[in-house]
Design a protein around this ligand. Sequence first.
Ligand code: 13P
Length: 253
Amino acid sequence: MNKNPMVIANWKLNGGTDLICASVASVLQHDFCAQIGIAPPYVYISDMANFLRNSKVMIGSQNVSKFESGAFTGETSAQMLKEVGCQFCIIGHSERRQVFLENNASCKTKVKRALAAGLMPVLCLGENEQQRNLGLTNDIIYRQLHESLEGVELNGMDLCVAYEPIWAIGSGKAASPETVAEIHAFIYQELIGIFDKPTAARINILYGGSVNKDNAEYFLQMPNVSGLLVGGASLVPEHFAQICVLASKSCAI
Ligand code: 13P
């Protein structure tokens, strides 16, 4: 990999002032060469971005509106997120697909909105348990990738893709590192087809699903795994920092 690994914390609907203080203090103790990002709930973004302004830690959102502005109660636009200090936004997390009925078409609109506002999209993909048991994993991922990214112009901007098998999220049953490597290789090949080889090589492909401080390094050692998207373990600041330290060991320099 010709890029440094990336570790992103997805706090989901968790956290508050105490976690913000503890997490900021924890990440500021280190100078990670891995790229680190934290996605707290919307309302904390501005504060966190200010606290981390002089650090390399990126702040991001867990979602973004597919609309630009107007009568869309409850929505937050990519431009607004950029203005309050976001550098990336998570798009198409399985919880949003399952609970809020997002689909590949809406993800594509969101990816375009994010890029237009100068935010790095972190596009999430992954199959559910039934699809996995039916041997449909690659088909699902193929559709998610192609329907969300085909025709998207990166224009030199960064994009990140996160493979998060739904059955591994919050279950304590992470996918095996070998399985992850196999699927990441498939994702990389498809990204070459959608964009081109140099562009695909620049895209960090993260694994997410029950990653913790004890298993993180096994994923980071695998080919085509260039980072992690961490849920539960990111709510324990020392654990998250330990994962970032591990990722920093596989930096290119
Ligand atoms: P867990 O790490 O809690 O399994 O969550 C993964 C996830 O959904 C990150 O986006």
